[in-house]
Write a protein that binds this ligand. Structure first.
Ligand code: NAP
Length: 255
């Protein structure tokens, strides 16, 4: 036993983890004892996040990974294996949303980009990581979806559909990977205060309108998503797979 922390001895890979929800998840997994590999598209973002987390006394490493690039995905996995010799946890957190408006006005290129990053990226990363987890005797995967996957957010229909696809991907992968002792679950945040969602909260009247649809009457903080992911990756969730946990302050969201 390395220490009493819930994720001691575990190696975690978190994509899109240099700010926002991904950074909060990486920080929490490290605080809970995991050795964490952070990543995102830009070296400068990786360096800044590493500096921040190391200043907090957390043992993290990092590398560049644009989840839409095959060579980056492969490098993320091989670099983690080189540094730590295993991968026990994958948090697939990256997403793109290059379009807002009526769904039928979405250009084909924007539609493709949304599905390439949000859905195919999660699928391909899982495909890369699962064989290593299987060889190690198991693992835990968390896909970051969205409450928008249940109840489409206004003006971001294609993005919402991509997040609905992740609910299905979670179920399919959970069934297929269960015999290998790999659990697959999904986190569905509501509106969380990050750069990604700034259009929803930076304008006061827009924010107030949104907050009226939330039972708790406020938008969430990235840190409020992180404990759920740590729980899903921990032994306490040993009998939980194929589930999506909504962290949305009571926002109505059910299919
Ligand atoms: P954010 O604060 O804007 O952070 C985005 C992060 O993703 C950055 O670290 C960015 O770094 C990285 N990134 C962007 N594109 C990437 C790519 N193609 N490959 C790898 N990394 C990439 O975003 P966030 O709000 O935390 O969103 C994280 C996840 O939560 C997404 O899946 C999003 O759909 C989901 N979500 C967010 C909300 C919300 O209200 N914020 C609600 C529901 C779900 P670089 O620029 O260096 O790449």
């Amino acid at each position: 036993m390395l220490s009493g922390k819930v994720l001691s001895g575990k190696v975690a890979v978190v994509t899109a983890s240099t700010q926002g929800i991904g950074l909060a998840i990486a920080r929490r997994l490290a605080q809970d004892g995991a050795q964490v590999m952070i990543s995102s598209r830009k070296q400068a973002s990786v360096d800044k996040a590493l500096e921040q987390l190391r200043a907090e006394g957390l043992g993290v490493v990092g590398t560049v990974c644009h989840v839409g690039k095959r060579e980056d995905r492969e490098a993320l996995v091989s670099e983690t294996l080189r540094r730590h010799g295993a991968i026990d946890i994958l948090v697939s957190n990256a997403a793109a949303n290059p379009f807002a408006g009526r769904t039928l006005d979405c250009p084909e290129e924007a539609w493709d980009k949304i599905f390439e990053i949000n859905v195919k990226g999660a699928f391909l990363l899982t495909k890369l990581v699962a064989p290593h987890m299987e060889r190690q005797g198991g693992g835990s995967i968390v896909l970051v979806g969205s409450a928008a996957g249940y109840q489409p957010f206004p003006a971001i229909g294609p993005y919402s559909v991509s997040k609905t696809a992740l609910l299905g991907l979670t179920k399919v992968l959970a069934n297929e990977l269960a015999p290998a002792n790999i659990r697959v679950n999904c986190l569905a945040p509501g509106v969380i205060k990050t750069k990604f969602s700034s259009a929803l909260w930076s304008d006061d009247s827009m924010r107030q309108r949104f907050e009226e649809t939330i039972a708790m009457r406020r938008i969430g903080e990235p840190e409020e998503c992180a404990g759920t992911v740590s729980f899903l990756c921990s032994q306490d969730a040993a009998y939980i797979t194929g589930e999506t946990i909504v962290v949305a302050g009571g926002l109505h969201c059910r299919l």
